[in-house]
Ligand binder design. Structure first.
Ligand code: HEM
Length: 411
C-alpha cells in the first residue's frame, strides 16, 4: 500500500532531509546516543516515520513536560497528522479508538472509569495477591529447570497474570496475550493484522462482559459492567476498547521492565548486592530503573492543534509530534550524570510514565509488580545467570515498547 502524503510535512529544498525515526538504541540501558546530540543541537527535530510521514521529536526534559501538559496538544489518532509508527496502528487505532489516543471530554470519561481501581490504596492492598502470584510463577519456573527464557517464563507470566487477575479474566493462555500485544504494537503489522489480533481479544473480553452482566463477581470487569455499562454510561464496544487498552498498555511495558531490569542487574552485580544489603532501597531502585530504561520512550504520540513553540522552535499546527521520554529521562540539565544507575538519586522526577492528562493510569500497580518481581527473583534465585553469551540476548526493536524478545537464563 502506498503511504499517504503527510498533509503538512514539507522541508526547504536543499535543507538536510529529516532523519529516520525511530532511532535504535546501541546500549539497551540507555537512550539512543543520537538523542544527546538532538537535545543540544536540534531539540525539536524533524523526522521521517516508518509510515514515510514526517513529524517532530522533542528530546529535552523541560520541553517534553511542557508539550505533554499543553492543552493545545491533541492525542486524537483520527487527526491526519497523528504520528503513529506503523500503518496498522494508525488505521486500526482510528477504528477502535483506545482512550489513550483520544482527547477530553471523551478521554476524561474513560480514564475516570478506571482510576478508582488504580489508586495507591487499592494497589497497596494487592501486594499479598501479587506476591502469591509471583511466587507461584517462580515455583513453576524453578521446577521446570533451566535454561529458560525469562521473558516468557517470568516477566510476561507476571505482568499478564496480575492484570488478568485484577480484571477477572480466568487463567488463560499467556502466549495469547503476548501475541495480541506483539501484533497490535508492531510497526510492521498491517491494519488487518492489528484488527484481527484486537478482534480476538475483544471476543474473549466480550464473552466475559456478557457473563458478568448476568452474574457479577468481585473483579474489575464486573465493577465496570455494573457501574458503567448497565446504567448506559458506555456501550459494550467502548467498554471492550477500554479493557483492551488497559491490558495492552499494562502488559508489554511491565514485561519489558522486568526483563530489562533483570539483565541490567545481571550485568552489574554491584547493584543487586546493594539491594540485598538494604532491601528498603527497592522502591527507589525501581524508579531509577524506570528512568534509565525508559521502555515507553516513543509511546506519547501527539498532534499540535495550534502552532506550539518549544525551545525557540515552532511545531506548526496539525503536525505530529513525539515526546521522547528516554530523551527527557537522560537530560543532563535535569539528571546529574544521567547514564549512572544510582539507587540513591534524590528528586528523581522522571517521566517514564509520561506526564500530563495521559500520565499512566497503572503506574502504582506497575511499581508494585516491579518491586515484587525483582525482589523475589533476587532473594529466591541468588545464583541466577545468563544461559548463553551476552550478545545472544535478543532485543526487540520493532515494537512501541522497547524490550527483550528473549533472555535465556539458568541458575
Ligand atoms: C513499567 C510499566 C509501565 C510503563 C513504563 C507505562 C508507561 C505509560 C506511559 C508513558 C503512558 C502515557 C502515554 C501517553 O502519554 O500517550 C501510559 C499510559 C497508560 N498506561 Fe501505562 N505504563 C506501564 C504500566 C501500566 C500498567 C500496569 C497499566 C494498567 C494495568 C497501564 C495502563 C495505562 C493506561 C490505561 C494508559 C492510558 C492513560 C491515558 O491515556 O489517560 N500502564 N503508560
Amino acid at each position: 500500500m502506498t503511504p499517504p502524503e503527510s498533509p503538512t510535512a514539507s522541508h526547504t529544498p536543499g535543507a538536510t532531509p529529516p532523519r529516520d525515526f525511530p532511532i535504535q538504541r546501541g546500549c539497551p540501558f540507555a537512550a539512543p546516543a543520537e538523542y544527546a546530540a538532538l537535545r543540544t543541537d536540534d531539540p525539536v527535530a524533524r523526522v521521517t516515520l516508518p509510515t514515510r510521514r514526517e513529524a517532530w521529536v522533542v528530546t529535552r526534559y523541560d520541553d517534553v513536560r511542557e508539550l505533554l501538559s499543553d492543552p493545545r496538544v491533541s492525542a486524537d489518532i483520527r487527526r491526519p497528522g497523528f504520528p503513529a509508527l506503523g500503518e496498522g496502528e494508525q488505521e486500526a487505532g482510528a477504528r477502535f479508538r483506545p482512550f489513550i489516543r483520544t482527547d477530553a471530554p471523551e478521554h476524561t470519561r474513560y480514564r475516570r472509569m478506571l482510576l478508582p481501581a488504580f489508586t495507591v490504596r487499592r494497589v497497596r492492598a494487592m501486594r499479598p495477591a501479587v506476591q502469591a502470584r509471583v511466587d507461584e510463577i517462580l515455583d513453576g519456573m524453578l521446577a521446570a529447570g533451566g535454561p529458560v527464557d525469562l521473558v516468557s517464563a517470568y516477566a510476561n507470566a507476571v505482568s499478564t497474570s496480575v492484570i488478568c487477575e485484577l480484571l477477572g479474566i480466568p487463567r488463560h493462555d499467556l502466549e495469547f496475550f503476548r501475541d495480541v500485544t506483539r501484533i497490535s504494537g508492531s510497526r510492521n503489522s498491517t491494519a488487518e493484522q492489528v484488527s484481527e489480533a484486537l478482534g480476538g481479544l475483544f471476543g474473549l473480553l466480550g464473552g466475559l462482559v456478557a457473563e458478568r452482566r448476568e452474574e457479577p463477581r468481585d473483579d474489575l470487569i464486573s465493577k465496570l459492567v455494573t457501574d458503567h455499562l448497565v446504567p448506559g454510561n458506555v456501550t459494550t464496544e467502548q467498554l471492550l476498547s477500554t479493557l483492551g487498552i488497559t491490558i495492552n498498555a499494562g502488559r508489554e511495558t511491565t514485561t519489558s521492565m522486568i526483563a530489562l531490569s533483570t539483565l541490567l542487574l545481571l550485568d552489574r552485580p554491584e547493584l543487586p548486592a546493594e539491594l540485598r544489603k538494604d532491601p528498603d532501597l527497592m522502591p527507589a531502585a525501581v524508579d531509577e530503573l524506570l528512568r534509565v530504561l525508559s521502555v515507553a520512550d516513543s509511546i506519547p504520540l501527539r498532534v499540535a492543534a495550534e502552532d506550539i513553540e518549544l525551545s525557540g522552535r515552532t511545531v506548526p499546527a496539525d503536525d505530529g509530534v513525539i515526546a521522547l521520554l528516554a530523551g527527557a529521562n537522560h537530560d543532563p540539565e535535569q539528571f546529574d550524570d544521567p547514564e549512572r544507575v544510582d539507587f540513591h538519586r534524590t528528586d528523581n522526577h522522571h517521566v517514564a510514565f509520561g506526564y500530563g492528562v495521559h500520565q499512566c493510569v497503572g503506574q502504582h500497580l506497575a511499581r508494585l509488580e516491579l518491586e515484587v518481581a525483582l525482589e523475589t527473583l533476587l532473594r529466591r534465585v541468588p545464583t541466577l545467570r545468563l544461559a548463553g553469551e551476552r550478545d545472544q540476548v535478543v532485543v526487540k526493536h520493532d515494537s512501541a515498547t522497547f524490550g527483550l524478545e528473549e533472555l535465556m537464563v539458568t541458575w
